[in-house]
Design a protein around this ligand. Structure first.
Ligand code: FES
Length: 111
C-alpha cells in the first residue's frame, strides 16, 4: 500500500476545477486527477476515461460526477463507477483528504 502524499494547499484547486498528478510522481498505473466538486469535497480518480483515452481532468464536473470531454460518458466522483454511456467500466478511485488545509493523497487506496 502506498504512503500518503502531501499535494500542497487544497485552496489551490478552485471549486469546479481539477488537477492532474502525474503517475510517475506517485507510483500509480495512471495519472490521478483531484477534483474539487460542487459539494465542496475533493475526490481522486484515475485520469484516463475507460471508453477511449480522454483525460477526465479536461471534463466537466456536474454535482458529484465528472463528464468526459470526448463522448460525454459520466463517472461518479465518489466511487469511480460509470454512470452514463458510452463508458461501461469505472475508473479507479483513490483516497484523498484535507489535513490542516493540505490535500493528502493515498495512491491506490480505496476512499
Ligand atoms: S473517451 Fe471518454 S467517453 Fe469516449
Amino acid at each position: 500500500m502506498s504512503d500518503a502524499i502531501n499535494l500542497g494547499p487544497a485552496a489551490e484547486i478552485e471549486e469546479g476545477e481539477a488537477r492532474v498528478v502525474p503517475s510517475e510522481e506517485i507510483g500509480t498505473d495512471d495519472d490521478v486527477t483531484i477534483f474539487h466538486a460542487e459539494d465542496g469535497s475533493f475526490y481522486a480518480l484515475d485520469d484516463t476515461c475507460t471508453h477511449e483515452t480522454a483525460s477526465l481532468a479536461d471534463g466537466w464536473i456536474e454535482g458529484t460526477e465528472i463528464e468526459c470531454p470526448l463522448h460525454s460518458a459520466r463517472f461518479c466522483l465518489k466511487t469511480g463507477e460509470a454512470t452514463c454511456m458510452p463508458a461501461t467500466v469505472g475508473v479507479r478511485p483513490h483516497k484523498v483528504e484535507v489535513v490542516d488545509g493540505d490535500l493528502v493523497l493515498y495512491p491506490n487506496q480505496a476512499p
